[in-house]
Design a protein. Structure first.
Length: 195
């Protein structure tokens, strides 16, 4: 079931949808209205392609308003229809590991897993550290800045990072490292802890 409450969208002074509230029970197949009534705009809001100016979109009791279109699709396909990550990956045209990550991120955002606020001072410090580490190829420093699930491979300590078009690997850390042994240009490997 989708519950839309107080949905409003404004485009440069035009308000095609103003304070719309609807409940779509299971089995609802469509929305009917005259040309220019806002049907397409409404579906773009529901799918996440347009962010609402106001209001909420709730799916099965979970507020999905802030999810990106890929997160929304992955979340609904997995939670409502129990699609396998392989199927979600095919629909989103991403690798299976990416579909798993998108779904996990969506679940965290829906359950209230908010990112911590970073002050402007801390943001500048992190950005300067990232740029400096990237320029010098200091992989240990880059690893420290990234989440603990990122493993760097394929570059000698202290060597600059220069491998555009290099290949990467995904999976558990041990699999990433093993995969690297057969690759020559891997630099960073995003490893999921759940395989």
């Amino acid at each position: 079931m989708i519950d839309v409450s107080g949905l409003t969208v404004r485009f440069s002074g035009i308000t095609p949808i103003d304070d719309m509230s609807l409940v779509f029970p299971v089995g609802t197949c469509g929305l009917i209205g005259p040309n220019g009534a806002g049907k397409t705009t409404f579906f773009n809001l529901i799918s996440g392609f347009f962010p609402p100016s106001e209001g909420n979109i709730v799916f099965r009791g979970s507020n999905i308003t802030k999810l990106s279109p890929p997160e929304r699709a992955a979340y609904v396909l997995r939670e409502a229809f129990n699609y396998a990550y392989r199927e979600i990956a095919a629909i989103l045209r991403v690798e299976e590991a990416n579909a798993r990550q998108i779904t996990t991120r969506a679940r965290a955002r829906v359950s209230g897993g908010r990112r911590a606020f970073v002050s402007p001072t801390e943001h500048r410090r992190l950005l300067k550290s990232f740029v400096a580490a990237s320029r010098t190829g200091d992989l240990a420093r880059l690893e420290h800045l990234f989440a603990s699930h990122v493993v760097s491979i394929g570059a000698a300590p202290g060597s600059p990072i220069t491998a555009p078009g290099g290949t990467g690997a995904t999976g558990p850390p041990a699999a990433c490292r093993a995969s690297h042994r057969s690759r020559s240009a891997s630099l960073m490997c995003s490893c999921s802890t759940a395989a």
